[in-house]
Design a protein around this ligand. Structure first.
Ligand code: ADP
Ligand code: MG
Length: 231
């Protein structure tokens, strides 16, 4: 069996103060280099699951392991550093620092992740290279992130996730703001990068048409027990 980058075992979670919603994931694994598309309707808990995987929230029960380490066994600061080392995160709203430059934004995860910084080599040069590969204009590194178009900001968010080749990329509906052509181009770029570096990819979408490009497609209803009621 191939090595798993990510495993969840008997993970249970409720948002504090939201008794109506509960998510339970008995068993989920993503292998080294595997690309997985996670589908599910709005409100089914996809973003909650990604927050559990990146350690932004901790499960009430069960175990989330990234590259063999149980993330809830780490203290807050150590967990932030571990996430920065191991996971490139592309948020739905990109979460760029608006007043930072494009380069500031791309280099940000390396600040907390010395091993990833080392893999990035000359980090500013790698950031510039990523911008070029992702089709951003020359010299974009010194622009304010907020001055870019939505499509360009999305590419910056991808560069920030890819820099220093973290073993796992998680992406929350990263194509939702793009038209069909830009979506296809975006996925080409993402897959070119993940294939070169054997990166695992877990991407959330509500669009099943994207599925053919992934090694595996899962519906959250099939891997999780989801309780939803109005409260
Ligand atoms: P999806 O990403 O599949 O649309 P979410 O994980 O965002 O679903 O939401 C699942 C449930 O968790 C919803 O009931 C939502 O209201 C609740 N929820 C999501 N984020 C939070 C939060 N930060 N605080 C409280 N409840 C939340
Ligand atoms: Mg969501």
């Amino acid at each position: 069996m191939s090595e798993a980058v990510l495993t969840l075992s008997n993970v249970g979670y409720r948002w504090p103060g939201r008794a109506g919603f509960a998510l339970t994931v008995p068993d989920l694994a993503v292998a080294l280099g595997e690309s997985v598309l996670l589908l599910g309707e709005s409100g089914s808990g996809k973003s909650t699951l990604l927050s559990l995987i990146c350690g932004a929230i901790l499960p009430d029960s069960g175990v989330v392991s990234i590259a063999g380490t149980e993330i809830s066994s780490l203290s807050g600061g150590a967990r932030d550093r571990y996430r920065a080392e191991q996971i490139g995160v592309i948020f739905q709203q990109f979460n760029l620092l608006p007043f930072g430059t494009v380069s500031d934004n791309i280099l940000l995860p390396l600040r907390f992740a010395p091993a990833r910084r080392k893999r990035a080599g000359v980090a500013l040069a790698e950031a510039t290279q990523l911008c070029a590969t992702l089709g951003l204009p020359e010299g974009v590194g010194s622009e304010k992130a907020s001055a870019l178009s939505v499509g360009q900001q999305q590419r910056v968010a991808v560069a920030r996730a890819l820099i220093g080749h973290p073993p796992l990329i998680i992406a929350d509906e990263p194509t939702s703001a793009l038209d069909a052509n830009s979506q296809a181009a975006f996925l080409d770029l993402l897959f070119a990068q993940t294939q070169t570096h054997q990166t695992s990819l877990l991407m959330v979408s509500h669009d099943p048409r994207l599925g053919e490009r992934f090694d595996r497609v899962i519906n959250i209803e099939d891997i999780a027990k989801i309780a939803r009621s109005a409260s």
